[in-house]
Design a protein around this ligand. Structure first.
Ligand code: BGC
Length: 382
């Protein structure tokens, strides 16, 4: 609709210029006058065209914003956002999309949105939250450094009358229940990490030998974990293996270490495990793609070949990893839909601002990514 309107506006303006310029007479003078007139007309037409386009674009943006937010006017609303640390591949994608969606689709003003880097330090992040409260933001979107700090943070926000949308790092169930039972304006937007773990396990089960490369009747794996305080790390670790055991497959855990979601740590740990266990390792489970990228470096350096003598799976669907799946360098990944999560987080913040009721937990689905759909996922991500 948007592009169609623009194409039509452009077509109309150029037709105007062409027919007006064609009105020139026979003599040089007339031709010169006609040229000047035509030039002026062209300039005028271009101005009209630019104005028409600007009005058109403004109308479309207004229409889109109205469609997304109803009668709500976001232009003076102040939003405070804190991300657990900027130096995280996945949260960088999420943060960029969140900012884009708030400004472009919902009509928030960029100068009213403050995004802080928690730098992986809960004390630092708690200060940022205090400052947001003092500055009188209207709503908070928080990616906590430590999900366990949610009760204290929630109480502060409640006292200040500021609704809070937690993202990515889920507070525990007891805390979420408290929001509902005490009518606190706090909510969580994220994904159920059990689903991503299960999908990882299924990706291994779906290989030609179900993960048992050496045919000894069991799947021997190593587990590279995210930050174990984070429920995403806990659930992915548990449910990836559970998918295998639920299918009646015997498993052997050779190695499990925390890589804190970090590529360099993923590489180091996989290298250590390969040195210690060599060919015994059949599967490398990584709680996220950043660590899987590191694991792949170690696997290649050790002369091993993914999908031939070792399997490798991650979570997030970073474009580099989806490409790796296509190229046979990763067995699979799982799309951690940062686009839908950013949208849901921002829409939920708007619900609070409009005085609507909000569920305490709002989940977005993960999507399994294998060679079959990797190209589609890549196209959608670009
Ligand atoms: C993502 C990780 C990310 C972590 C941050 C997880 O859901 O899969 O890549 O590092 O969130 O909390």
């Amino acid at each position: 609709m948007r592009s169609l309107k623009k194409v039509m506006a452009l077509g109309l303006a150029s037709t105007m210029v062409l027919s007006l310029a064609a009105c020139g007479g026979g003599s040089t003078e007339t031709t010169a006058a006609a040229t000047t007139a035509a030039a002026e007309t062209t300039a005028a037409a271009e101005e009209t065209k630019a104005e028409a386009e600007a009005t058109d674009a403004a109308e479309e943006t207004a229409a889109e914003v109205a469609e997304a937010t109803g009668d709500f006017d976001a232009s003076n609303v102040k939003v405070g956002i804190s991300i657990y640390k900027f130096d995280d591949n996945f949260m960088t994608l999420y943060r960029t999309e969140l900012e884009r969606y708030l400004t472009e689709d919902l009509g928030f003003k960029a100068e009213n949105i403050t995004i802080q880097d928690g730098k992986g330090d809960q004390a630092e992040q708690s200060n940022q939250i205090d400052n947001f409260i003092t500055a009188g933001v209207d709503v908070l979107i928080l990616n906590l450094v430590q999900a366990s700090s949610a009760p204290q943070v929630t109480d502060k926000c409640k006292e200040a009358g500021i609704p809070v949308v937690y993202i990515n790092r889920e507070p525990d169930a007891e805390e979420e229940e408290r929001w509902a039972s005490e009518g606190i304006q706090a909510t969580y937007v994220g994904c159920d990490a059990r689903q991503s773990g299960t999908f990882q396990g299924e990706e291994i089960l779906e290989t030609s030998n179900g993960g048992d490369i050496n045919g000894d009747g069991k799947v021997s794996y190593i587990m590279i974990q995210g930050d174990p305080e984070n429920v995403d790390a806990q659930y992915r670790t548990e449910f990836s293996v559970k998918a295998l055991t639920d299918a009646g497959v015997e498993v052997e855990e050779l190695f499990i270490q925390r890589g804190d979601w970090d590529q360099a740590k993923g590489q180091q740990l996989t290298q250590d495990a390969l040195t210690q266990f060599g060919d015994e390792i059949e599967v490398v489970f990584c709680n996220n793609d950043a660590m899987a990228l590191g694991a792949l470096q170690a696997i290649e350096a050790a002369g091993r070949k993914v999908n031939e003598d070792i399997y490798l799976v991650g979570v997030d669907a970073l474009t580099e990893c989806v490409q790796n799946v296509l190229d046979g360098k990763m067995t699979g990944t799982v799309f951690n839909d940062h686009i839908a999560q950013a949208k849901s987080a921002a829409d939920t913040a708007v619900k609070y601002l409009k005085g609507e009721s909000v569920d305490p937990v709002n989940m977005v689905d993960y999507v399994k990514v294998t060679t079959e759909n990797a190209q589609d996922v890549l196209d959608a991500l670009k």
